[in-house]
Design a protein around this ligand. Sequence first.
Ligand code: NAD
Ligand code: IPM
Ligand code: MN
Length: 365
Amino acid sequence: MTMHRIAVLAGDGIGPEIMAEAIKVLKATGDRFGFELALNAFHVGGAAIDAEGTALPAATLAGCEAADAILFGSVGGPKWEHLPPTEQPERGSLLPLRKHFNLFCNLRPARIHPGLERLSPLRADIAEKGMDILVVRELTGDIYFGSPRGREGEGEQENAFDTMRYSRFEIRRIARMAFEAARKRRSKVLSVDKANVLATSILWREEVIAIAADYPDVELEHIFIDNATMQLLRRPSEFDVMLCGNLFGDICSDEAAMITGSMGLLPSASLNETGFGMYEPAGGSAPDIAGQGIANPVAQILSAALMLRHSLGEIAAADAIDAAVSQALEDGCLTGELVAAGQTALTTAQMGDAIVARISAQQGA
Ligand code: NAD
Ligand code: IPM
Ligand code: MN
């Protein structure tokens, strides 16, 4: 029987709560589709600071290196915000993991589930037209990693600075990923930039246009980031692939998540050139609801499905999870942030159970 080795990094806040449900679902699909899972848990983020004194312990990194894929929860929270920025969970673990494994390509698929238009906060006539987009976000460059960054000067004159930087190479490789993805979808790429102001965006546009020449079958359009966030609310059904740099992709993907109904619905895959990947919800540790057992586990469960699809070659199992999630949502299984007034909300664990039950029911069908 095939054995998949997975490094499980649950992290902080709602991370462990939603991870438990993803593991439940993974085990159910393993039983059904005939593969074994070696699930090795490691500390990361604030939990690792508390347990081992550092956000990314050597044992965690070694565990990830030995794995076929990384399933990541979320990191960060108020408890660690007093630490120096580079030691905090986000800059001390999540960003270094992305850089270490060269996970330059972040895929964030966001869909208004057909029949679930009512979950969208958009006006009904807009939501009814649907949305099915893929944010392709560059993940290892841009202002997140450019140097120099820091602070200098004193008093009123003290200033802080970050560097937004992209190389031709970095732009080309993410652009290719977007065009390849578009070919498997509706063949449209919308490249998001700020080329009316930023030098990085001017280079970005040049390189995206150059790569487009290899994809004459894919339609390319450019849009400025400010207009993009507006048009996404006005006519989301017209968007297919949104190609974004690191910062703009971060912003557009939260907006896309909310258009589908909740931050807790949006999964993501972060890939390198070999197909190795880290899989995590696009949302964070949600300190406002952590510890209450009410977080939506769907983003984590769909991230596990992306892992089966992109890194482990278990396509049938990934399809089964996607279908079970859609079915559960259609059947009205909803966590607290999605229910309408007067409706009963499922807990995190009940939502996981509802999805597992539908995976088992498919088997019987
Ligand atoms: P967040 O995504 O954690 O929360 C934003 C809002 O979305 C909150 O109201 C939260 O309750 C809601 N939400 C998020 N996930 C949900 C879920 N699964 N179910 C129901 N509701 C959900 O963003 P934030 O509050 O800006 O950040 C909190 C912490 O998380 C910060 O420390 C931040 O740096 C970190 N963060 C981590 C990651 C990551 O680890 N990948 C991603 C984003 C933010
Ligand atoms: C995300 C998060 C991270 C990012 C933070 C926590 C560093 O917001 O994965 O979207 O900005 O990339
Ligand atoms: Mn984000």
